[in-house]
Ligand binder design. Structure first.
Ligand SMILES: [Zn+2]
Ligand SMILES: [Zn+2]
Length: 149
């Protein structure tokens, strides 16, 4: 008795987030590129959200649900590009245009696992980010240099 309304973790994971987490996710999806927690807060102020702690709590919930990733180098958040992967990913960040590519490669996961096991390192999370210039931006720069000659 009284157990009928309990939600199992499995059911919760399969659902779209609700409440503030749902609102934050909608903002991140709308932007489609990494934005800071404060940018999210600015977007949600008209809806009555005014506390940064509310946003950080919602972002943490979304990260735990693997719907959102945090980019350490940018101190920003982005919607996951691969639906609910369980392995770690890395990111390629273009400094010229701000484009971010989520890179998923099992070789990286295997390397991290092997290294941690060999060294006895207890991993809590990984943050691998490649900072540089994306292919389209490189082509633009090369094109400009060629035409100015
Ligand atoms: Zn992802
Ligand atoms: Zn670029």
């Amino acid at each position: 008795m009284g157990l009928g309304t309990a939600t199992t973790p499995m059911e919760a994971a399969a659902k779209e987030p609700i409440g503030n987490a749902g609102r934050v996710l909608a903002v991140l999806r709308e932007f489609g590129r990494p934005i800071s927690a404060y940018d999210v807060l600015d977007r949600l102020r008209p809806e009555g959200v005014s506390a940064p702690a509310t946003i950080y709590r919602a972002l943490k919930a979304l990260i735990d649900m693997r719907l959102v990733h945090r980019l350490e180098a940018l101190d920003a958040y982005v919607v996951c590009a691969h639906p609910r992967h369980t392995d770690d990913v890395c990111f390629a960040i273009c400094e010229a245009c701000g484009r971010v590519d989520e890179v998923y490669d099992q070789r990286l996961c295997r390397f991290v696992d092997d290294w941690c096991e060999a060294e006895g390192f207890l991993l809590s999370r990984t943050a691998v980010e490649f900072i540089g210039t994306c292919a389209p931006c490189r082509r633009t720069v090369v094109g400009d240099e060629a035409s100015s000659r």
